[in-house]
Write a protein that binds this ligand. Structure first.
Ligand code: MN
Length: 356
């Protein structure tokens, strides 16, 4: 048996109960909130009177770890996999960003956060939920950022894909970025989420669509850098989760070239190069990409973390140690420590590692 690699996961998920919002919200709000119905074969998601998704269910269920919906069992799962702490995104909570009614949107976000406090934050310091805030009303979002901070959250979740006219470089977002920066929480984007995702039904669709989910994460960073958000909020830390890592040095090159070669056209001017802002403030997490270690060791992009994507189908439950050894055997010890433990602990307060 090879040596146990202990690791923090910067990309995991909570699994909300089917009826979370129905139970938590009064009458009409509860009826309009995200709701999952299954007929044994298919899963239907209803949000505010619309059916937003239909997925095959049985396939995913076969691979679901035993602790997906049970925190005590989940911690045992983590022990078995060598995972110490997890940043935990929503699963069904991802649907909230598609709600166009301001009050329903805010109420669903608050109900999710209250549930995450009761079920997770109050019971363990090893699973760190990211709070959901409104993406359609900035005042509501700022109020929830401060409430989340007081409740013990360490990250704010944001969707990567937003409609045209809502791009993250726009002035409308700056008060929110300022509020998150002030609390010291991490602004945590997760790929494949949001309201404007590309879906292709032709040849290779499953692979094409997986790639398409990653593109908006790169767009988020581009807008935050070029629009001046990272420059104006130097203490804001941004995470793009589950989108790989080695695209970051390549993107930094692209943006530097644009900034330099198109200099006379560039507005706003930045106080440093795009690549410097990216390397200072943008973090990524990946689970399987073999190019992530070279991104750190050969290309000098340090802010890379690993993620187990527990309990999702794309995750590493059941083969976490095998995956970690494939990725990290051959990397130098400093790199491994940084990617598995130190970068995560730079962003988040976690329980001290027990001696092995
Ligand atoms: Mn994930």
């Amino acid at each position: 048996m090879s040596e146990l690699i202990r690791v923090h996961s910067a990309d995991s998920h909570l699994m909300e109960p089917d009826d979370l919002w129905l139970q938590a919200l009064p009458g009409d709000l509860g009826q309009r909130a995200p709701r999952v119905e299954t007929d044994g074969t298919y899963e239907f998601v209803y949000v505010d009177g619309e059916r937003m998704s239909r997925m095959l269910n049985s396939f995913a269920e076969q691979f679901r770890p035993p602790g997906a919906t049970d925190l005590v069992q989940r911690l045992e799962d983590l022990d078995g996999e060598g995972v110490v702490a997890q940043l935990a995104f929503p699963s069904r909570g991802f649907w909230i960003c598609g709600i166009s009614d301001r009050d329903l949107h805010r109420a669903c976000a608050e109900a999710y956060n209250d549930w995450a406090v009761d079920e997770v934050i109050a019971r363990t310091d090893r699973v760190l939920p990211a709070a959901i805030v409104s993406t359609i009303d900035i005042d509501d979002a700022i109020a929830e950022v401060h409430r989340a901070d007081s409740l013990g959250f360490q990250a704010i979740y944001m969707p990567t894909s937003v409609p045209v006219g809502m791009e993250f470089g726009l002035e409308r977002w700056h008060p929110l970025w300022g509020a998150v920066e002030e609390t010291g929480m991490v602004l945590a984007f997760h790929i494949g989420t949001g309201t404007n995702n590309v879906v292709y039904r032709g040849p290779g669709g499953a692979v094409v669509n997986y790639w398409e989910t990653c593109v908006p994460g790169q767009r988020v960073v581009t807008h935050l850098v070029a629009g001046g958000a990272l420059d104006r909020h130097p203490d804001l830390k941004v995470l793009i989760a589950e989108g790989g890592a080695s695209w970051v040095p390549a993107l930094a090159d692209r943006l530097d070239e644009a900034y330099r070669q198109h200099g006379p056209l560039v507005q706003p001017k930045l106080s440093m190069l795009p690549s410097e802002l990216i390397y200072r403030q943008v973090y990524t997490s990946f689970q399987h990409d073999v190019s992530a270690v070279p991104a750190v060791e050969a290309m000098g992009y340090q802010n890379v973390m690993w993620g187990d994507d527990y309990p999702h189908l794309e995750g590493t439950y059941g083969h976490t140690q095998e995956t970690l050894h494939t990725l990290f055997d051959g990397a130098n010890a400093d790199t491994v420590r940084k990617m598995t433990i130190e970068n995560f602990e730079h962003l988040f307060d976690v329980p001290a590692l027990a001696p092995v």
